[in-house]
Every structure is written in structure tokens, then in C-alpha cells.
Design a protein around this ligand. Structure first.
Ligand SMILES: *[C@@H]1O[C@H](CO)[C@@H](O)[C@H](O)[C@H]1NC(C)=O
Ligand SMILES: *[C@@H]1O[C@H](CO)[C@@H](O)[C@H](O)[C@H]1NC(C)=O
Ligand SMILES: *[C@@H]1O[C@H](CO)[C@@H](O)[C@H](O)[C@H]1NC(C)=O
Ligand SMILES: *[C@@H]1O[C@H](CO)[C@@H](O)[C@H](O)[C@H]1NC(C)=O
Ligand SMILES: *[C@@H]1O[C@H](CO)[C@@H](O)[C@H](O)[C@H]1NC(C)=O
Length: 180
């Protein structure tokens, strides 16, 4: 725990690490982001995460390897509110905010489509890794609202535009998008 907090202190100093510029970073786990904020109650916020992910999936127009086939709301009942955490590529690693999505990491799998601005509704997201796919279009500026985001890896897609201004401001990273 101490080690995790120390690791977090380091990354939060950097504010944001855009992995477009780095190749050696790993994932982080379960460091409390905002020690003074109350735990989120299960329910509506969790359903918002689900809605955000489903909105993301709608804009994925090609999924040749079926990576997103596990992304289902069950049979329409919303009784199992932690179910998004079992979806492929989705991680919920916050003890203080159980059931909230903290990472979205989809493997290299030729996913096509555009990146939904609704991802910005994943309030607790720390890691977004959509690298080595075939996403196109613009990087949604709304991603700048993800103020807990520590890792953003969009390398090797066909994306255009800039890393959202608010992300840039929060980071010390030059807007080097040559790898996008
Ligand atoms: C993102 O995923 C790619 C492919 O799995 C991996 O090589 C890369 O290290 C990941 N990026 C981060 C920041 O973890
Ligand atoms: C829907 O899911 C619930 C909870 O997992 C289960 O009890 C129920 O049998 C399912 N209904 C159908 C029609 O699959
Ligand atoms: C809810 O989903 C999780 C992850 O798939 C599963 O482990 C758990 O058993 C489910 N709980 C219920 C009550 O269905
Ligand atoms: C979710 O994100 C969309 C797109 O950014 C935004 O229009 C909408 O207001 C958000 N919804 C909530 C509940 O935050
Ligand atoms: C941007 O990144 C590429 C690849 O990492 C590097 O070759 C290039 O020199 C960088 N450009 C600037 C302006 O930093």
C-alpha cells in the first residue's frame, strides 16, 4: 500500500503521462486518487459507467476478433451492477470506489471506428489504452475532463487532432503526435 501510494505520488507529480511518447510504462493499480472524497455508492454512477462503455461500443464499427463480444448488459436486467468490470479490457481497481471503471485497455485487435466522447463520463478512469488498433477520426476533446487519467496510449491508430488542451495543460508533455 505504501509502495502504491509512493508510486502514485510520483505519477501525480507528472500529472499525466501520455504514453504516446513512452514505451516502458506499465499499468497502475488501486492507488487512492482522492483520499478525501467519499466512496461512491453503488447504483447510478455505476450505470453511468456502463452507459459510457456501451456508447463507446456503438461507435466501434469493426471488431474482427470479437474483442467486445463480452460487452453485454446481461439480459437487460441491471441487477448485477459490477458486471462491466468483467467485460474484456475493462478494469475496476479502486477499493474505495468499487464497481467504477478505472481502466480501459483493449488489446491490439484491429478495432475500427471512432472514439466516443462519452468515454469522458468514466469519471474514475486512470488508464485508457486503445493503442495498435484502427481507430480513426478525432481524439474527443471531452477526454480532457478525465482529470484522474494518468495513462493515455493511443499510438498506432489513424487518429487526428491534438491531445485535448486540458490534458496537455495538466501535463508537461509536448504535443508530439507523430505516432498517432
Ligand atoms: C498499451 O497496450 C499496448 C499493447 O498491448 C502495450 O504495448 C502498451 O505498453 C500499453 N500502454 C501502456 C501505457 O500501458
Ligand atoms: C437474467 O439474468 C438473471 C441474473 O443473472 C438470471 O437470474 C435470469 O435467469 C436471466 N434471465 C434470462 C431470461 O436469461
Ligand atoms: C456479478 O458479476 C460478477 C462478474 O461477472 C460475478 O462474479 C458475480 O457472481 C455476479 N453477481 C451476481 C449476483 O450475479
Ligand atoms: C456523457 O458524455 C456526453 C459526451 O461528452 C455528454 O454529452 C453527457 O452530458 C455526459 N453524461 C453525463 C451524465 O455526464
Ligand atoms: C516526436 O516523436 C518522434 C518519435 O518518438 C521523434 O522522432 C520526434 O523527434 C519527436 N518530435 C519532437 C518535435 O519532439
Amino acid at each position: 500500500m505504501v509502495e502504491l501510494e509512493a508510486a502514485f505520488a510520483v505519477v501525480s507529480l507528472m500529472a499525466l503521462l501520455v504514453a504516446a511518447l513512452l514505451s516502458t510504462t506499465g499499468t497502475i493499480h488501486a492507488a487512492p486518487t482522492h483520499p478525501h472524497s467519499p466512496p461512491s455508492p453503488l447504483g447510478v454512477p455505476v450505470a453511468l459507467d456502463e452507459q459510457a462503455l456501451l456508447s463507446f461500443r456503438v461507435l466501434v464499427t469493426g471488431d474482427p476478433h470479437g474483442v467486445l463480444t463480452s460487452w453485454k448488459t446481461g439480459n437487460g436486467t441491471r441487477t448485477n451492477l459490477t458486471s462491466v468490470c468483467s467485460w474484456r479490457g475493462v478494469g475496476c481497481h479502486s477499493r474505495r470506489h468499487p464497481g467504477r471503471v478505472t481502466s480501459l485497455e483493449l488489446p491490439p485487435s484491429n478495432l475500427k471506428g471512432t472514439i466516443s466522447p462519452f468515454l469522458a463520463n468514466l469519471t474514475f478512469l486512470r488508464m485508457l489504452n486503445l493503442s495498435y488498433n484502427s481507430f480513426s477520426g478525432n481524439i474527443p476533446w471531452e477526454l480532457g475532463f478525465l482529470h484522474r487519467l494518468l495513462y493515455l496510449d493511443l499510438r498506432h491508430n489513424s487518429l487526428q487532432g491534438v491531445i485535448p488542451l486540458s490534458l496537455n495543460r495538466a501535463s508537461k508533455i509536448p504535443a508530439n503526435l507523430s505516432n498517432l
